[in-house]
Design a protein around this ligand. Structure first.
Ligand SMILES: Cc1ncc(COP(=O)(O)O)c(C=O)c1O
Length: 361
């Protein structure tokens, strides 16, 4: 039996060393590893979620396939009526579903690297052309480039993360209007919007036929392990997604956790505020290291370019931190690392470790 060539040629995901494996190799207890590599909320799962899960009495039953309670809670949080909202098994699942229902083999989609890698991955899974419109040197979006590439290729979809991963940047002025005028579906990924002062576009969805906005509970709400995200979709697309998705795509514990988290938004936004304070402190302290260039960030992470003046490459810094029990994300092609903002004690440990790594070489 042969797989289609485009599937045979898909680059395999290469997972990094897991936290338990790293802890075992370093001879450290797993809880002492500082995990700053996946933009999770270091304050953990909110107390209301733990209480709701302890009281859960019906996980032997399938969930409501329409997730009415969750969608009503999301409507309260987002200001978008429930009929426009669909929950997903992480926002990843929604990205996958959108490509499933929207694309045919040979269609073109636009991505703007450096960006979240799953956009191109799901499009390639559908045997589509992935057109890259690279961001500018300062990592802002090349709006003119996107518009002309979209016109030239009759692109079906444009994936934009704003604030972006790993760039940390929001949309440049005028970008939203320029993209909205195109005859393509704009998939705006707002995974990090809670950490930003930029305006969310989720409430624009009911008035705009070519806009889908995707969100997640993984970053701000401390629920990454539950796999829960959601999106707001125009009706024509939403009805296709309801048809295409598995009936019970979100588990009972995940839906329960999300509803409980939304009952405790004030608490969660306090952790977001604390992380924003920590982000500014970390950016300031990192800028004192010769050779580390910190990009501005509207997210819960910092992208840090390692220049020759630092004396080490990004790979060497990444490896050196890992050997000291601190996991960050390496972007070797950008000669950069991405550091999730942690609690104050994580910042202290990270800064100390960077000092040690840089002086050892
Ligand atoms: C921009 C962006 N979109 C989507 C996701 C996926 O989030 P989820 O955990 O909801 O699948 C991530 C996770 O890293 C992300 O950075």
């Amino acid at each position: 039996m042969n797989l289609p060539p485009h599937i045979q040629n898909l680059p395999a995901y290469i997972p990094g060393e897991t936290l338990p494996a790293l802890a075992a190799r370093l001879g450290l207890p797993p809880e002492s590893i500082i995990k700053l590599d996946a933009n999770e909320n270091p304050f953990g799962t909110p107390p209301a979620v733990r209480r709701a899960l302890a009281a859960l009495d019906n996980p032997h039953l399938y969930p409501d396939p329409e997730y009415r309670e969750l969608r009503e809670a999301l409507a309260g949080y987002t200001g978008v009526p429930a009929e426009w909202l669909i929950p997903g098994n992480g926002s990843d699942e929604l990205l996958s579903l959108i490509t499933q229902v929207m694309l045919q083999p040979g269609d073109s989609v636009i991505v703007c690297p450096p960006t979240f890698s799953m956009y191109a991955f799901y499009a390639r899974l559908k045997n589509c052309h992935v057109i890259e419109v690279p961001r500018k040197d300062d990592f802002s979006l090349d709006v003119e480039g996107i518009v002309s590439a979209a016109r030239a290729s009759s692109a079906k979809m444009i994936f934009i993360d704003a604030p972006g991963n790993p760039t940390g940047l929001g949309l440049p002025a005028g970008c939203f209007d320029a993209l909205s005028a195109l005859p393509a579906l704009i998939v705006l990924d707002e995974a990090y919007i809670e950490f930003s002062d930029s305006r969310s576009h989720i409430t624009d969805v009911p008035g705009q036929e070519n806009l889908a906005v995707i969100r997640t509970f993984s970053k701000w709400a401390g629920l990454a392990g539950f796999r829960i995200g959601y999106g707001a979709f125009p009706k024509w697309l939403g009805s296709a997604l309801w048809t295409a998705k598995s009936p019970y795509n979100v588990t009972v514990p995940a839906a329960t956790a999300a509803v409980a988290a939304l009952s405790e938004v004030d608490f969660l936004l306090e952790t977001v505020a604390a992380l924003r304070v920590q982000r500014e402190r970390l950016a300031d302290e990192l800028s004192h290291f010769t050779g580390l260039a910190v990009f501005p960030s509207e997210t819960n992470f910092l992208l840090v370019r390692v220049t020759p003046e630092f004396g080490l490459s990004a790979v060497e810094l990444y490896e050196g931190l890992k050997e000291r029990g601190i996991l960050v994300r390496l972007f070797a092609g950008l000669e950069a690392i991405r550091i999730t903002v942690g609690k104050p004690e994580h910042t202290d440990a990270l800064l100390k470790a960077i000092g040690m790594v840089s002086s050892k070489w």
